[in-house]
Design a protein around this ligand. Structure first.
Ligand code: CTP
Ligand code: MG
Length: 226
């Protein structure tokens, strides 16, 4: 029984607007992907690592990661995140029974989050997501007109790593329409009626999406950070 980590890192990073794919953009001297994997492997709950790399970057990713992860499988990603995750799942060894899917872009996620997600899957959940409270008021809007103000006490923001029973996640991804734009693996389970549990996430597991997020990540890594 082994736990695998699949890291989708094949996105272009259009919203960040850097000259490189986002996972390879440097933060305090090292690519986001390296930061992400250092923290993931420090959790000691990961036995197998699969990184899904941008087209043409597999060799670069392998050499970047060789000092960080003893043994890593690197495969090429697809057009959408869902395609990349599926490529990663197809590379997994058969004896893996729990899979974590973790965005390279959530590069400062602390090791504890990996530990608690795996514990919740091993306690019997088909799917587990780390969540944090939503701080803004959220409204549904159409045609620039508010339709509804949602009850914030019921809302959470969802992070990664998301954890799954491996057989369930494999089946859900193989059944999904290729090229569909699912941004969240747990959502694919929910759509098929599987129960998804939550565990507390961490503010530091925010996703580097826009330039401001990179500034925040840099600030958190500076010696003066709180
Ligand atoms: N990802 C991936 N393959 C894709 C798209 C995304 O592996 N075809 C990965 C990204 O590398 C990232 C994670 O999925 O680690 C979350 O996606 P997102 O933050 O949207 O990253 P990008 O798609 O790279 O960014 P953007 O949407 O701004 O282009
Ligand atoms: Mg994207």
């Amino acid at each position: 029984m082994r736990t695998a980590l699949v890291v989708p890192a094949a996105g272009r990073g259009d919203r960040l607007g850097a000259s490189r794919p986002k996972a390879l953009v440097p933060l305090a001297g090292e690519p986001l992907l390296v930061h992400a994997l250092r923290r993931a492997t420090a959790s000691d709950v990961v036995d197998v690592v699969v990184v899904v790399a941008p087209l043409g970057a597999c060799d670069e990713v392998r050499s970047l990661l060789s000092p960080v992860v003893a043994d890593v499988l690197v495969v090429t990603g697809g057009a959408e995140r869902q395609d990349s995750v599926r490529a990663g799942l197809r590379a997994l060894p058969e004896d893996v029974d729990v899979v974590l899917v973790h965005d390279a872009a959530r590069c400062l996620t602390p090791p504890d989050v990996f530990t608690s997600v795996v514990a919740a899957v091993r306690a019997g959940a088909a799917g587990v997501v780390p969540v944090v409270p939503v701080s803004d008021t959220v409204k549904r809007v159409a045609d620039r007109t508010v339709l509804e103000t949602l009850d914030r006490s019921e809302l959470v923001a969802v992070q990664t790593p998301q954890g799954f029973a491996a057989d369930v996640l494999r089946a859900v991804h193989e059944a999904a329409v290729p090229g569909a734009a699912a941004t969240d693996d747990a959502g694919m389970l929910e759509a098929l009626g599987h129960t998804v549990r939550t565990v507390p996430g961490d503010e530091r597991a925010f996703k580097v999406t826009r330039p401001l997020d990179l500034l925040l990540a840099q600030a958190l890594l500076s010696p003066e950070a709180p």
